[in-house]
Design a protein around this ligand. Sequence first.
Ligand SMILES: Cc1ncc(COP(=O)(O)O)c(C=O)c1O
Length: 471
Amino acid sequence: MNAPVYDMLKSYVKNNPLPFHMPGHILGRGLIEELKNAGRLDITEIPGSDCLHYPEEALKDAQTLASKCFGADYSLFLVNGSTSGIHIMIRAIVKPGDKLIIGRDCHISVLNALALINAEPVFVRPKIDNENQIPLGASLEDMKKAVSENPDARGILITRPNYYGIAVSLKDIAKLAKEYGMALLVDEAHGAHFCFHPHFPAPSIQNGADLCVQSLHKTLPALTQTALLHGRNSGLNLQNQAQKLSSMIQTTSPSYIFMASIDAARALMEKEGRELYQKLWDNVRRFETELEKRTCIRRVKISFENYETDFSRIVLSFNNTSLSGYEAEEILRTRYGIVAEMADLYNLVLIATPFHAENDFDRLIEALEKISEDYRGKPKTINNVDFYDYIPRRAVPLHIAALYSEKREIPLNQSVGLVCGEAVIPYPPGIPVLNPGEEISTNVVEYLNGIIRLGCSVHGVKDGKISVLNI
Ligand SMILES: Cc1ncc(COP(=O)(O)O)c(C=O)c1O
């Protein structure tokens, strides 16, 4: 395995050094039992360990290897997840007062980044698959409209794939961005694995993105918080800016455990990824056949023109049972010990990886078979609430509303006509329904009441109260 950071750490501890340097646990000695082993690789900037903020040795080599593996011109290690990469991407192109065209289905970090810069989002509504009530992502047509109405916007940021593994085709959106001289930024937090098998959607950095971020920890064998920012020398010359911002935004003490984990995950998948994902493909196909044969639970298959899907994201619909997605999640977890990634009103989302064995899928099928027998065809206990895809009117600039306005808490039911103070985000899927500075409508209050009644956890609504601006 060619992993320069991991190799450097191993060779440092092999010589059994006596450290009088940070961190204070001294190569694991002071850590709790479970962390002692990992702590042996937890060092700081010392001679030979290189420095993420001025990489010249192992870290430079590891980042170069990552860029080659993922098909980028350059790659940067991130130790604070895609969240930090999103701040870097946006700051690389957006200045105070600028506009950025973004899908309404973006992660909260996108809004946070714009609020901090004092820039404004131009929202594009995601298309919805009405049959399954799943957001698909912004379409090319809607992007075209937003771009032609806002030719002064600095760029386009899309989330691709989304939580359900749906990835909008990128080529035409890339062409559109180029035509208007805009940068194309892609939040590919859920798609770090795409380059390792041809059955996955096309990786964005090889298909027109100027910058993209990927959370390695979400789908690859890497520790939580690890991510990569990839860039392309596409004429916008963002490399120096991205490098500088990465240094300004990230800690001056990046974890060598995290960085070794990025390095080792890349090395492993580069060598074995294709084969591992082929095995996963076979397991998922077998799972699908069994599911169809033995249960009334349906795997949701999205087959829309211009959208691709990630075969490792298993979205299950419980529409033929009496269960909501939330109820199915709870039953699967509490009765069968199987924990899904997330649930919504109708569906359950599971992330399958090459590190799931064949018998893990057997166990899943057995549990689903029992659930199917117990709840098949019984009347639904839920009242449907359609996916909320309206874009509220902006009443106060994002920056002012998010950071510099006085706020108060009032009952959600009394908030119609007022201006939202804190983002309101149903989890899952984590897509904001209201952002700071947006007007609260009757529609949105009804929607929030509906999903809360059905068991959805909504950040920004606490004990039935919501934050509004004091204006
Ligand atoms: C679409 C999307 N983008 C970005 C992020 C942030 O990623 P990270 O947790 O690696 O910071 C998430 C996290 O859930 C996400 O779902």
